[in-house]
Design a protein around this ligand. Structure first.
Ligand SMILES: Cc1ncc(COP(=O)(O)O)c(C=O)c1O
Length: 382
């Protein structure tokens, strides 16, 4: 049996999405910047996609900019806002995705900003009082805090964080890569200045995403060299990706309630079964709490055992695809920066299971049984 439980890394393309992409890979091959009929046909597909995404998020089409994915969208929001808005200080957390952390660290290294990290508790929850303190004691800041953590699934209350940012006139970027297409984002309600999406996290194609920019926030381009995206992002558009992205988001919103309850059911089933089968198992961050974490992510911490080092390998041999993430155990092994931050003991193995709409109860049971067997055999490698 082959079981894919790594949907936070990427998801399988939905056949409905492929169907709308194919014509743009074949007969509709024009460059959207060309003014002849080939170009115009593709341009109108591009603008339809933008309009659809904007409508779903309750924004205007002019506020959506297509990118090569989540990383580029995060980089654009951060680098361009620091550059254009003249911000000298940024606030983030130590458990952000590297698309955010490494970008901010780079800006700090070259002397563009001072960087502060908001305090976290042992579950990896953001201390909002500390955020307020940092905002009140520094110049106007960029705040970059993710909506759903890709490793431990922790969810941030975007409204509460947005209210605080508004009070101090901070510019608020949230990396919404893991929540886009899985939770509703209403940009008339949210106080975020930038949010982002990556199609491959919600059954769309890889290598395409978008950045939402709140009206009134004027930023310079991040990728120079062309007038595409209203001068905001040079380069011929990934048109089949963009059309696929829009379709994937339409499907995600159309089916959201069903998918949410199906996937939440799988996660609850796995939590229950793991607790019953493996003594000493715990859940990292808030991932074991269905109300406080992404319904797509469960990060388990396994008791010390001889098989810890070979765990992912053994699961892979058994046909189960998951992600690992160890705490730091030696100078050379830097481990997961997120788990290190939570101070998970280095002798525990950690596995991130992440679920998608195509997973079944049978697959969950197979994964739990395989893991339990490995632990029962303790030290015996399959
Ligand atoms: C939270 C988060 N941000 C950003 C990214 C980067 O997205 P992309 O792979 O589309 O560049 C990812 C993908 O792993 C992610 O999980």
């Amino acid at each position: 049996m082959k079981v894919y439980l790594d949907n936070a890394a990427t998801t399988k393309l939905d056949p409905e999405v492929l169907e709308v992409m194919l014509p743009l890979m074949t007969e509709q091959f024009g460059n959207p910047s060309s003014i002849h009929s080939y170009g115009r046909a593709v341009r109108s597909a591009l603008e339809r996609a933008r309009k659809s995404i904007a409508g779903i998020l309750n924004a205007a089409p002019a506020e959506i900019f297509f990118t090569s994915g989540g990383t580029e969208a995060d980089n654009t929001a951060i680098c361009s806002s620091i550059e254009t808005l003249g911000l000298k200080h940024a606030i983030t957390s130590r458990i952000e995705h590297h698309a955010v952390l490494h970008t901010l660290e780079h800006l700090q290294k070259i002397g563009r900003i001072q960087l502060s990290y908001v305090n976290l508790n042992e579950k990896g929850e953001i201390d909002l009082e500390h955020l307020e303190l940092l905002l009140s004691t520094n110049s106007r800041s960029l705040v970059s805090l993710m909506h759903g953590n890709n490793e431990i699934g922790n969810l941030l209350d975007l409204s509460a964080a947005g209210d605080i940012c508004e009070k101090y006139q901070a510019v608020f970027h949230s990396d919404t890569v893991q929540t886009m297409g899985h939770y509703k984002h209403d940009l008339q309600q949210l106080k975020t200045d930038f949010i982002v999406g990556a199609a491959h996290k919600f059954n769309g194609p890889k290598g395409v995403g978008f950045l939402y920019v709140r009206p009134g926030i004027k930023i310079a381009p991040f990728v120079h060299g062309g007038a595409q995206e209203r001068n905001m992002r040079g380069g011929t558009e990934n048109i089949y990706g963009i059309v696929g992205l829009a379709k994937a988001l339409e499907i995600a919103y159309r089916d959201m309630n069903d998918h949410q309850s199906h996937i939440m059911g799988l996660k609850a089933r796995m939590i229950e079964k793991l607790k019953n089968n493996i003594d000493g198992i715990t859940f990292n961050g808030n991932s074991g709490d269905l109300d406080k974490s992404l319904y797509t992510v469960l990060n388990v911490s396994l008791p010390p055992s001889d098989i810890s080092d070979m765990l992912l390998f053994n699961l892979d041999i058994a046909g189960i695809a998951v992600s690992g993430g160890s705490a730091c155990s030696s100078g050379t092994d830097i481990g997961s920066h997120v788990l290190n931050e939570l101070q998970i003991p280095a002798d525990r193995a950690n596995v991130r299971f992440s679920f998608g709409k195509y997973n079944t109860e049978e697959e969950i049971d197979y994964a739990v049984n395989t893991l339990s067997e490995l632990y029962k055999k303790e030290g015996i490698i399959l």
